[in-house]
Design a protein around this ligand. Structure first.
Ligand code: CP3
Length: 364
């Protein structure tokens, strides 16, 4: 049976016939909902056959840069699954490109850049003034997607954290170790700061561009956070993320931190509305340690999408159930959809979240 308080929230939920976008925003404001909104990091792209078809005809960069294609790929997963949000098809590295560091995607080798940041001169000459002009295609993609979404689904824009972006730019692409940014922070802290301040400036411009173009939510990916020792996290990365958040217009914000288990003590210092949590820890335990006005997002193990629909369904129910009395929850994976994820497993995930809406007798 429901308590009076719970009944009220359920009634509100249904009587407002909460659409996807409102559900998403309500969850990020820690409103109590019958079911959490759901989307998946990397929902657009590689695991979908319709994306792979496009990849046969166009390079990854073309797909990102041609607004009609980027918009089509953003929408592809919404044709198949009943997600509450779309994430704009782009990459965190478009910002490096806009500052003169050209990149490409090579199957099997990840990201390759034409050059890497080597010295102070190069850092000084990073040009952050042309970012918005060079990324006008992202603005166009957002506008095209919004025409299709008609305000029904939340649209998510994103950027990498300055620390994560600095790692790629200092290595010249993907790396198995990513040692150079940490080296710079430890041995040349003033140069590190100089670089990070430029990246902060560029990221603020880029996020503003996305917000003014019509995204409802922004997510900052700190995907390489786990390379930082816990006691240094705020100084190396977190404080710069906060700096960005304070400079952008009022928008729902999510910070995804990979390495939650190690960095737990720092999470409450981040100033976003929502914290994205990886699969290394029980989500409920994290939520209990945070302020009640901070929402959480996550954290189903992405590897489950390689198993079976039944296993996904069980794990999904368990996760939602564990969060049921913690207002402020957005369902997601702990990291991106793996390239070899099974479509029927994603389908089982989304259906299971949706069924919570119908008051599944097992859990209500
Ligand atoms: O989430 C989405 O569906 C939107 C699109 C999106 C992409 N990249 C497209 C992409 C998003 C949100 C990103 C973010 C991104 N890009 C991150 C942070 C998130 C994370 O996964 O940690 C990082 C670190 C990058 C940099 C990047 N882009 C790498 C290291 C690679 C190669 C390895 C990989 O993950 O595939 C990319 C290429 C990339 N970006 C692909 C996609 C769909 C793969 C291209 C392909 O296989 O066709």
């Amino acid at each position: 049976m429901f308590s009076v308080h719970e009944m009220k929230s359920v009634e509100e939920d249904f009587s407002r016939n909460l659409g996807s976008k409102h559900r998403f925003i309500a969850a990020s404001k820690c409103k109590k909902l019958r079911r959490p909104p759901v989307w998946l990091m990397r929902q657009a792209g590689r695991c979908l056959p319709e994306y792979r078809l496009l990849k046969k005809r166009y390079s990854f960069l073309d797909l990102v840069r041609i607004p009609e294609l980027a918009a089509a790929i953003t929408i592809q997963p919404l044709h198949r699954f009943d997600f509450d949000a779309a994430i704009i098809f782009s990459d965190i590295l478009v910002l490096a490109e806009a500052m003169g560091y050209m990149y490409r995607f090579a199957e099997g080798s990840g990201i390759l850049m034409d050059k890497r940041l080597e010295n102070l001169e190069q850092i000084k000459s990073l040009d952050v003034t042309l970012v918005n002009e060079r990324l006008a295609y992202v603005s166009e993609s957002i506008q095209l997607v919004n025409k299709y979404l008609k305000g029904e689904k939340a649209l998510i824009g994103f950027a990498g954290s300055p620390w994560t972006l600095a790692n790629f730019m200092l290595e010249g692409g993907s790396s198995s170790t990513f040692t150079r940014a940490w080296w710079l922070y430890q041995n040349e802290p003033l140069i590190y700061q100089r670089l990070i301040k430029k990246l902060v400036q560029a990221t603020v411009s880029f996020l503003k561009l996305q917000i003014y173009s019509g995204v409802d939510v922004i997510q900052i990916f700190d995907s390489l956070a786990e390379l930082i020792p816990a006691d240094k996290y705020m100084d190396v990365s977190g404080k710069w993320i906060n700096f960005i958040l304070r400079q952008i217009p009022q928008t729902t914000s999510i910070v995804y931190v990979k390495g939650t288990r190690y960095l737990l003590s720092s999470l409450s210092s981040l100033e976003s509305n929502v914290l994205g949590i990886d699969a290394s820890i029980q989500l409920r335990d994290v939520a209990e340690k945070l302020r009640k006005d901070v929402a959480v997002q996550g954290n189903l193990d992405p590897r489950l999408l390689l198993s079976s629909p039944m296993a996904v369904e069980i794990a999904t129910r368990r996760l939602i159930y564990s969060m049921q009395d913690r207002p402020g929850y957005i369902f997601n994976l702990g990291h991106g959809v793996p390239a070899n994820a099974k479509i029927d497993c994603i389908d089982a995930l989304v259906r299971t979240v949706m069924q919570f809406n119908d008051g599944d007798p097992d859990y209500s």
